[in-house]
Design a protein around this ligand. Structure first.
Ligand code: WQD
Length: 333
Protein backbone atom coordinates (compact mmCIF):
# COMPACT_ATOMS: atom_id res chain seq x y z
CA UNK A 1 0.00 0.00 0.00
CA UNK A 2 0.98 3.65 -0.44
CA UNK A 3 1.14 5.10 3.07
CA UNK A 4 1.51 8.78 4.03
CA UNK A 5 3.54 9.19 7.24
CA UNK A 6 2.97 12.66 8.70
CA UNK A 7 5.94 13.40 10.97
CA UNK A 8 7.69 10.44 9.33
CA UNK A 9 11.15 11.96 9.85
CA UNK A 10 10.68 11.94 13.63
CA UNK A 11 11.79 9.34 16.18
CA UNK A 12 8.81 6.96 15.99
CA UNK A 13 7.88 7.87 12.41
CA UNK A 14 11.32 7.06 10.97
CA UNK A 15 11.42 3.65 12.67
CA UNK A 16 7.90 2.93 11.41
CA UNK A 17 9.05 3.95 7.91
CA UNK A 18 11.73 1.24 8.03
CA UNK A 19 9.35 -1.49 9.22
CA UNK A 20 6.56 -0.56 6.77
CA UNK A 21 8.91 -0.29 3.81
CA UNK A 22 10.61 -3.60 4.62
CA UNK A 23 7.13 -5.17 4.80
CA UNK A 24 6.55 -4.09 1.19
CA UNK A 25 4.61 -0.85 1.64
CA UNK A 26 5.57 2.38 -0.16
CA UNK A 27 6.04 5.12 2.45
CA UNK A 28 5.72 8.82 1.60
CA UNK A 29 6.98 11.14 4.34
CA UNK A 30 5.32 14.48 5.08
CA UNK A 31 7.28 16.53 7.63
CA UNK A 32 8.04 20.17 8.49
CA UNK A 33 11.30 19.16 10.21
CA UNK A 34 10.42 21.32 13.23
CA UNK A 35 11.59 18.53 15.54
CA UNK A 36 13.58 16.27 13.23
CA UNK A 37 16.59 16.47 10.94
CA UNK A 38 16.44 16.42 7.13
CA UNK A 39 19.37 13.98 7.25
CA UNK A 40 16.95 11.30 8.50
CA UNK A 41 15.66 10.92 4.93
CA UNK A 42 19.06 10.02 3.50
CA UNK A 43 19.71 7.69 6.45
CA UNK A 44 16.42 5.93 5.78
CA UNK A 45 17.41 5.59 2.09
CA UNK A 46 20.71 4.10 3.29
CA UNK A 47 18.97 1.56 5.55
CA UNK A 48 16.31 0.68 2.93
CA UNK A 49 18.52 0.98 -0.10
CA UNK A 50 15.77 2.85 -1.95
CA UNK A 51 14.65 6.43 -2.60
CA UNK A 52 12.07 7.88 -0.20
CA UNK A 53 9.52 10.49 -1.35
CA UNK A 54 9.50 13.31 1.20
CA UNK A 55 7.23 16.36 1.13
CA UNK A 56 8.21 19.26 3.37
CA UNK A 57 5.15 20.93 4.81
CA UNK A 58 2.91 21.70 7.74
CA UNK A 59 -0.13 19.56 8.57
CA UNK A 60 -2.21 22.77 8.84
CA UNK A 61 -1.74 23.26 5.07
CA UNK A 62 -4.90 21.59 3.74
CA UNK A 63 -4.11 22.26 0.06
CA UNK A 64 -0.60 20.78 0.31
CA UNK A 65 -1.92 17.72 2.12
CA UNK A 66 -4.75 17.20 -0.38
CA UNK A 67 -2.29 17.45 -3.26
CA UNK A 68 0.19 15.09 -1.56
CA UNK A 69 -2.54 12.49 -1.00
CA UNK A 70 -3.88 12.77 -4.54
CA UNK A 71 -0.53 12.93 -6.38
CA UNK A 72 0.93 9.96 -4.48
CA UNK A 73 -2.29 7.91 -4.63
CA UNK A 74 -2.21 7.51 -0.86
CA UNK A 75 -4.32 4.61 0.50
CA UNK A 76 -3.80 5.11 4.26
CA UNK A 77 -2.24 7.62 6.66
CA UNK A 78 -0.16 7.11 9.79
CA UNK A 79 -0.29 10.38 11.68
CA UNK A 80 2.82 11.00 13.82
CA UNK A 81 3.16 14.77 13.33
CA UNK A 82 2.61 16.76 16.50
CA UNK A 83 4.27 18.82 19.21
CA UNK A 84 4.98 16.54 22.19
CA UNK A 85 6.83 18.24 25.03
CA UNK A 86 4.69 18.12 28.17
CA UNK A 87 6.43 21.00 29.91
CA UNK A 88 6.45 23.22 26.79
CA UNK A 89 2.73 22.61 26.26
CA UNK A 90 1.97 24.25 29.61
CA UNK A 91 3.78 27.38 28.42
CA UNK A 92 2.37 27.37 24.85
CA UNK A 93 -1.13 25.84 24.91
CA UNK A 94 -2.38 27.73 21.84
CA UNK A 95 0.59 26.51 19.76
CA UNK A 96 -0.13 22.94 20.86
CA UNK A 97 -3.85 23.10 20.08
CA UNK A 98 -3.29 24.90 16.76
CA UNK A 99 -0.64 22.45 15.58
CA UNK A 100 -1.90 19.19 17.05
CA UNK A 101 -5.70 19.58 16.94
CA UNK A 102 -6.20 22.03 14.07
CA UNK A 103 -3.48 20.24 12.11
CA UNK A 104 -5.21 16.89 12.56
CA UNK A 105 -8.56 18.37 11.46
CA UNK A 106 -6.85 19.73 8.33
CA UNK A 107 -5.39 16.28 7.64
CA UNK A 108 -8.75 14.56 8.16
CA UNK A 109 -10.45 17.07 5.85
CA UNK A 110 -7.83 16.40 3.17
CA UNK A 111 -8.38 12.64 3.61
CA UNK A 112 -12.17 13.09 3.43
CA UNK A 113 -11.83 15.23 0.28
CA UNK A 114 -9.74 12.54 -1.41
CA UNK A 115 -11.72 9.52 -0.18
CA UNK A 116 -8.88 8.11 1.98
CA UNK A 117 -10.44 6.70 5.14
CA UNK A 118 -7.79 4.62 6.91
CA UNK A 119 -5.79 6.35 9.64
CA UNK A 120 -3.49 5.16 12.43
CA UNK A 121 -3.08 7.91 15.03
CA UNK A 122 -0.04 8.33 17.27
CA UNK A 123 -1.65 8.78 20.68
CA UNK A 124 -0.01 8.50 24.08
CA UNK A 125 -0.36 7.02 27.57
CA UNK A 126 -0.52 10.64 28.65
CA UNK A 127 -4.27 10.45 27.91
CA UNK A 128 -4.55 8.43 31.16
CA UNK A 129 -3.46 11.47 33.19
CA UNK A 130 -2.28 10.45 36.66
CA UNK A 131 -3.45 6.81 36.75
CA UNK A 132 -4.56 5.49 40.12
CA UNK A 133 -3.40 1.96 39.31
CA UNK A 134 -1.28 -0.03 36.82
CA UNK A 135 -1.40 -1.99 34.59
CA UNK A 136 -3.71 0.43 32.80
CA UNK A 137 -6.25 -0.94 30.31
CA UNK A 138 -7.90 1.01 27.48
CA UNK A 139 -11.12 1.44 29.46
CA UNK A 140 -9.32 3.54 32.09
CA UNK A 141 -10.97 7.00 32.18
CA UNK A 142 -9.15 9.61 30.10
CA UNK A 143 -7.89 12.77 31.73
CA UNK A 144 -5.01 15.13 31.09
CA UNK A 145 -2.70 17.08 33.33
CA UNK A 146 -1.31 19.29 30.53
CA UNK A 147 -2.26 20.77 27.12
CA UNK A 148 -0.16 18.15 25.28
CA UNK A 149 -2.12 15.29 26.85
CA UNK A 150 -5.39 17.21 26.37
CA UNK A 151 -4.62 17.69 22.66
CA UNK A 152 -4.28 13.91 22.33
CA UNK A 153 -7.62 13.38 24.08
CA UNK A 154 -9.33 16.00 21.88
CA UNK A 155 -7.98 14.29 18.74
CA UNK A 156 -9.11 10.85 19.93
CA UNK A 157 -12.61 12.25 20.54
CA UNK A 158 -12.68 13.89 17.07
CA UNK A 159 -11.68 10.56 15.52
CA UNK A 160 -14.37 8.74 17.51
CA UNK A 161 -17.04 11.22 16.33
CA UNK A 162 -15.82 10.86 12.74
CA UNK A 163 -16.12 7.06 12.91
CA UNK A 164 -19.68 7.41 14.28
CA UNK A 165 -20.66 9.88 11.55
CA UNK A 166 -19.24 7.77 8.71
CA UNK A 167 -18.91 4.04 9.30
CA UNK A 168 -16.59 3.62 6.33
CA UNK A 169 -13.63 5.08 8.29
CA UNK A 170 -11.04 2.72 9.80
CA UNK A 171 -9.40 4.48 12.74
CA UNK A 172 -6.85 3.06 15.22
CA UNK A 173 -5.43 5.21 18.03
CA UNK A 174 -2.19 3.72 19.37
CA UNK A 175 -1.42 4.82 22.95
CA UNK A 176 2.37 4.65 23.31
CA UNK A 177 3.95 4.18 26.71
CA UNK A 178 7.67 5.04 26.90
CA UNK A 179 9.48 4.43 23.59
CA UNK A 180 13.24 3.77 23.92
CA UNK A 181 16.13 2.44 21.86
CA UNK A 182 17.02 2.76 18.18
CA UNK A 183 17.29 0.86 14.91
CA UNK A 184 20.10 -1.74 14.97
CA UNK A 185 22.07 0.22 12.33
CA UNK A 186 22.55 3.15 14.72
CA UNK A 187 21.65 5.48 11.81
CA UNK A 188 18.31 6.61 13.25
CA UNK A 189 17.28 7.13 16.87
CA UNK A 190 15.88 9.55 19.44
CA UNK A 191 17.38 12.92 18.62
CA UNK A 192 15.84 15.59 20.89
CA UNK A 193 16.68 19.27 20.40
CA UNK A 194 18.63 20.76 23.35
CA UNK A 195 18.68 19.13 26.81
CA UNK A 196 16.57 15.94 26.67
CA UNK A 197 13.39 15.87 28.78
CA UNK A 198 13.11 12.10 28.60
CA UNK A 199 15.22 9.75 30.73
CA UNK A 200 16.83 7.55 28.07
CA UNK A 201 18.35 10.23 25.78
CA UNK A 202 19.48 12.06 28.92
CA UNK A 203 21.25 8.89 30.18
CA UNK A 204 22.91 8.40 26.80
CA UNK A 205 24.29 11.95 26.85
CA UNK A 206 25.65 11.44 30.38
CA UNK A 207 27.26 8.16 29.29
CA UNK A 208 28.96 9.87 26.34
CA UNK A 209 30.15 12.70 28.61
CA UNK A 210 27.98 15.44 27.10
CA UNK A 211 26.05 15.89 30.38
CA UNK A 212 27.60 15.54 33.86
CA UNK A 213 25.04 13.41 35.71
CA UNK A 214 21.46 12.26 35.79
CA UNK A 215 19.09 13.98 38.19
CA UNK A 216 16.70 11.35 39.51
CA UNK A 217 13.37 13.05 40.12
CA UNK A 218 12.45 11.62 43.51
CA UNK A 219 13.14 8.38 45.37
CA UNK A 220 10.22 8.61 47.81
CA UNK A 221 7.52 7.01 45.63
CA UNK A 222 5.72 3.84 46.80
CA UNK A 223 7.82 1.66 44.48
CA UNK A 224 10.45 -1.04 45.03
CA UNK A 225 13.38 1.40 45.15
CA UNK A 226 11.39 4.62 45.57
CA UNK A 227 11.98 5.88 42.01
CA UNK A 228 9.38 6.26 39.25
CA UNK A 229 8.23 3.17 37.32
CA UNK A 230 7.37 3.27 33.60
CA UNK A 231 6.68 0.90 30.71
CA UNK A 232 9.71 1.22 28.43
CA UNK A 233 9.03 -0.25 24.99
CA UNK A 234 11.64 -0.78 22.27
CA UNK A 235 10.94 1.61 19.40
CA UNK A 236 11.24 -1.25 16.89
CA UNK A 237 8.49 -3.15 18.71
CA UNK A 238 6.44 0.04 18.62
CA UNK A 239 7.10 0.38 14.87
CA UNK A 240 5.94 -3.20 14.30
CA UNK A 241 2.79 -2.37 16.25
CA UNK A 242 1.96 0.19 13.54
CA UNK A 243 2.34 -2.43 10.80
CA UNK A 244 -0.06 -4.68 12.71
CA UNK A 245 -2.50 -1.78 13.26
CA UNK A 246 -2.46 -0.98 9.52
CA UNK A 247 -3.34 -4.58 8.69
CA UNK A 248 -6.13 -4.40 11.27
CA UNK A 249 -7.49 -1.18 9.71
CA UNK A 250 -7.57 -2.95 6.35
CA UNK A 251 -9.64 -5.78 7.84
CA UNK A 252 -12.31 -3.70 9.46
CA UNK A 253 -13.88 -0.25 9.89
CA UNK A 254 -14.72 1.68 13.04
CA UNK A 255 -12.72 3.25 15.90
CA UNK A 256 -10.30 1.44 18.22
CA UNK A 257 -7.89 2.74 20.91
CA UNK A 258 -5.09 0.31 21.78
CA UNK A 259 -2.15 0.44 24.23
CA UNK A 260 1.32 -0.23 22.86
CA UNK A 261 3.41 -1.21 25.87
CA UNK A 262 5.26 -4.23 27.24
CA UNK A 263 2.95 -4.70 30.23
CA UNK A 264 5.99 -4.49 32.54
CA UNK A 265 7.32 -1.60 34.65
CA UNK A 266 10.95 -0.62 35.28
CA UNK A 267 12.24 1.94 37.78
CA UNK A 268 14.59 4.82 37.04
CA UNK A 269 17.41 3.16 39.00
CA UNK A 270 16.88 -0.11 37.09
CA UNK A 271 17.14 1.79 33.81
CA UNK A 272 20.33 3.54 34.93
CA UNK A 273 21.90 0.21 35.97
CA UNK A 274 20.83 -1.44 32.70
CA UNK A 275 22.31 1.38 30.64
CA UNK A 276 25.58 1.15 32.58
CA UNK A 277 25.85 -2.54 31.68
CA UNK A 278 25.11 -1.85 28.00
CA UNK A 279 27.43 1.15 27.68
CA UNK A 280 30.10 -0.17 30.06
CA UNK A 281 30.12 3.35 31.49
CA UNK A 282 29.45 4.53 35.03
CA UNK A 283 26.51 6.91 35.03
CA UNK A 284 26.70 9.37 37.93
CA UNK A 285 23.34 10.42 39.34
CA UNK A 286 21.92 12.56 42.09
CA UNK A 287 18.56 12.09 43.76
CA UNK A 288 16.61 15.37 43.68
CA UNK A 289 12.98 16.36 44.29
CA UNK A 290 10.02 15.00 42.33
CA UNK A 291 9.25 16.56 38.93
CA UNK A 292 5.91 18.39 38.84
CA UNK A 293 3.24 16.28 37.14
CA UNK A 294 5.09 12.96 37.44
CA UNK A 295 3.20 9.90 38.61
CA UNK A 296 4.77 7.08 40.64
CA UNK A 297 3.83 4.13 38.44
CA UNK A 298 2.53 3.90 34.87
CA UNK A 299 2.60 0.73 32.77
CA UNK A 300 0.29 -0.85 30.21
CA UNK A 301 -2.16 -3.69 30.18
CA UNK A 302 -1.07 -5.01 26.79
CA UNK A 303 -3.74 -7.68 26.22
CA UNK A 304 -5.93 -5.80 23.73
CA UNK A 305 -3.07 -5.31 21.24
CA UNK A 306 -2.42 -9.05 21.37
CA UNK A 307 -6.11 -9.84 20.89
CA UNK A 308 -6.96 -7.30 18.18
CA UNK A 309 -3.63 -6.83 16.37
CA UNK A 310 -1.91 -10.14 17.10
CA UNK A 311 1.00 -8.00 18.29
CA UNK A 312 3.05 -7.94 21.49
CA UNK A 313 6.42 -6.46 22.38
CA UNK A 314 9.17 -9.03 22.00
CA UNK A 315 12.47 -7.19 22.45
CA UNK A 316 13.98 -6.81 25.91
CA UNK A 317 15.40 -3.69 27.48
CA UNK A 318 19.03 -4.74 27.10
CA UNK A 319 18.60 -4.49 23.31
CA UNK A 320 17.07 -1.04 23.73
CA UNK A 321 20.03 0.07 25.84
CA UNK A 322 22.58 -1.33 23.37
CA UNK A 323 20.87 0.22 20.33
CA UNK A 324 20.45 3.60 22.06
CA UNK A 325 24.13 3.54 22.99
CA UNK A 326 25.17 2.65 19.43
CA UNK A 327 22.99 5.49 18.07
CA UNK A 328 24.44 7.94 20.60
CA UNK A 329 27.98 7.01 19.58
CA UNK A 330 27.32 7.05 15.83
CA UNK A 331 24.85 9.81 15.17
CA UNK A 332 23.27 11.24 18.30
CA UNK A 333 23.92 14.87 19.29
C1 WQD B 1 10.53 8.64 32.83
C2 WQD B 1 10.92 8.47 34.30
C3 WQD B 1 10.88 10.54 35.53
C4 WQD B 1 14.18 12.36 33.25
C5 WQD B 1 7.00 11.35 28.86
C6 WQD B 1 5.79 12.09 28.42
C7 WQD B 1 4.84 11.17 27.70
C8 WQD B 1 5.56 10.42 26.60
C9 WQD B 1 6.81 9.73 27.13
C10 WQD B 1 4.99 11.52 24.53
C11 WQD B 1 10.05 9.29 35.24
C12 WQD B 1 12.30 10.00 35.45
C13 WQD B 1 13.21 11.49 33.71
C14 WQD B 1 15.25 12.74 34.11
C15 WQD B 1 14.33 11.33 35.83
N1 WQD B 1 5.88 11.29 25.52
N2 WQD B 1 13.29 10.99 34.97
N3 WQD B 1 15.28 12.21 35.38
O1 WQD B 1 7.48 11.44 31.92
O2 WQD B 1 7.11 8.91 31.76
O3 WQD B 1 6.64 10.35 29.79
O4 WQD B 1 7.61 10.73 27.74
O5 WQD B 1 3.94 10.99 24.34
O6 WQD B 1 3.84 11.97 27.15
O7 WQD B 1 5.11 12.54 29.58
O8 WQD B 1 8.99 9.98 30.49
O9 WQD B 1 11.41 9.83 30.22
O10 WQD B 1 10.42 12.02 31.05
O11 WQD B 1 10.45 10.05 32.56
O12 WQD B 1 14.38 10.86 36.99
O13 WQD B 1 16.16 13.54 33.75
O14 WQD B 1 12.26 8.97 34.48
O15 WQD B 1 10.61 11.08 36.82
O16 WQD B 1 9.90 8.53 36.45
P1 WQD B 1 7.53 10.19 31.12
P2 WQD B 1 10.38 10.53 31.03
Amino acid sequence: MKILLTGGAGYIGSHAAVVLSQAGHEVIIFDNFSNSSRSVISRLENILNKKIVCIEGNICDFALLENAIQKNQIEAVIHFAGLKAVGESNAKPLEYYANNVQGTISLLQAMQATGVKKIIFSSSATVYGAPKYSPIDEEYPLSATNPYGRSKIFIEKILQDLAISDQSWSIVCLRYFNPVGAHESGLIGEDPEGIPNNLMPYLAQVAIGKLAKVYVFGDDYQTLDGTGVRDYIHVMDLAEGHLAALAYACRQTGFEAINLGTGKGSSVLEIIKGFEVASKKTIPYEIVGRRFGDVAVCFAKADLAKKKLGWSAKRDLSDAFKSAWKWQNLEGK
